[in-house]
Design a protein around this ligand. Sequence first.
Ligand code: FES
Length: 115
Amino acid sequence: MKYNKHIFICINERSKDSPKGDCTRKGGQEIRLRFVQLINKYGLKGKVRANKSGCLDACEMGAAVVIYPQGIWYTKVALEDVEEIFKSSVLGDEIVDRIASTQETWDELKRIRNK
Ligand code: FES
């Protein structure tokens, strides 16, 4: 495996009138930049990668971030959460419970979409 950790940050953009919203509106671009800054700060270029991602299908719960190889999903991520996510799930293998997605997250998403 080339990268020890691979972070995917949704930066998808929809038209302003889309009821689903999108992760760019919720700070996806800034969140990705912050991850890139932290990778550089910790000298992890080449070991950790922060990739722009297209829609991860969690739009209403954005911004959405996924970290591999653990496969940790974070939803409703704000810029202020990035450092904590980085320290816990990128430098370490911990999960930030308060924004980690659970079955409840996906159930809520389903509820929103079935309205
Ligand atoms: S727009 Fe980010 S998950 Fe769909």
